[in-house]
Ligand binder design. Structure first.
Ligand SMILES: [Zn+2]
Length: 305
């Protein structure tokens, strides 16, 4: 009994209380009542200043050996929780922020187990804190391997679509310019691609190769901050690609159709090259011919009909 009391009297209860309430706050909960009760008992015991005085003067209810033993066990284990408070706070942060691969059932289950046992371990079974840390480390390692693999593959895919992405952005810009000409508006309207251009930064491959440590700290690549939820972006690109291509063809056809009945005599007229390029779908030439000056001329030709 004396040993147990020594443990209780030598413990910094404020540190335990502070750690537990801070972990509870981070987990959006209150310190459970039974924990509150144990800590209150400890404060009450410590009011007797030392084990000898306690044993002489404490009321029988407090002196109960079983109770003292339970309290001392809790206190010893909570000291471990205090030691591990940074790691535990980090686990709470990870659980709150991480986005796992939704298709990986095993990892999602592991996360759920860690999340569910977390508060149980901290408040009711603090002797299991090391087991919790080990379980979390297992989850973390698996997550890091998966994330790094995702980051690599995802960016390889983006690198493959990068040239085509540049092409689509050129097409959208050309259509945006032509949209200012009334007669072409029904064919060159790019409003349906607003979302595509708004999220266009997501199509640009990340040049950074994140390290394990970076993922431990940020849970994602610190440069691009991509998550598993961005994985579908390549499919979205493919559907957008078809739509932009089709719209661009319609827009170019409308442009060529409206220009072709104008008499263009001069041999080196850029408008002539433009029409020829449209006929053979030569985006490069279309892009090169397409200066502000040419756009002005197209406007003049089409709007003075
Ligand atoms: Zn990145």
């Amino acid at each position: 009994m004396k040993d147990l009391l020594e443990i209780i009297f030598s413990t910094d209860v404020d540190a335990i209380w502070h750690t537990l309430s801070s972990l509870a706050e981070k987990s959006n909960m209150n310190v459970p009542e039974n924990v509150d009760k144990v800590l209150k008992d400890v404060y009450e015991i410590k009011d007797f200043s030392n084990p000898e005085n306690f044993m002489r003067n404490a009321p029988p209810a407090l002196l109960d050996a079983k109770n003292i033993s339970t309290i001392a066990n809790f206190i010893s284990s909570w000291n471990k929780v205090v030691d591990a408070q940074n790691s535990l706070g980090y686990i709470v942060k990870f659980l709150d922020n991480v986005i796992l691969n939704p298709e990986d059932n095993q990892l999602n289950l592991l996360r759920q187990t860690v999340s569910e046992t977390m508060t149980v371990v901290i408040f009711s079974q603090p002797h299991r804190v090391e087991e919790l840390l080990a379980r979390f480390e297992n989850l973390m390692r698996k997550y890091i391997i998966q994330y790094l693999e995702f980051h690599r593959k995802h960016n390889e895919e983006l690198a493959r679509i990068e040239p085509k992405f540049g092409e689509l952005m050129d097409k959208i810009r050309i259509m945006e310019n032509l949209y200012s000409i009334d007669i072409l508006q029904p064919y060159c309207d790019t409003v349906e691609f607003k979302n595509f251009t708004d999220i266009s930064r997501l199509f640009i491959p990340c040049k950074h190769t994140p390290t394990e440590d970076e993922i431990r700290q940020n849970f994602v690549c610190p440069q691009c901050r991509k998550t598993f939820l961005d994985e579908g972006i390549a499919d979205y690109f493919k559907t957008s690609e078809q739509k932009v291509d089709k719209k661009f063809n319609d827009c170019m056809k409308a442009l060529a159709y409206n220009l072709s009945d104008k008499i263009i005599d001069a041999e080196n007229d850029p408008i002539k090259s433009l029409i020829q390029a449209i006929i053979v779908s030569d985006l490069n030439t279309i892009k090169n011919v397409f200066s502000d000056k040419v756009l002005d001329r197209i406007k003049k030709i089409l709007e003075n009909r």
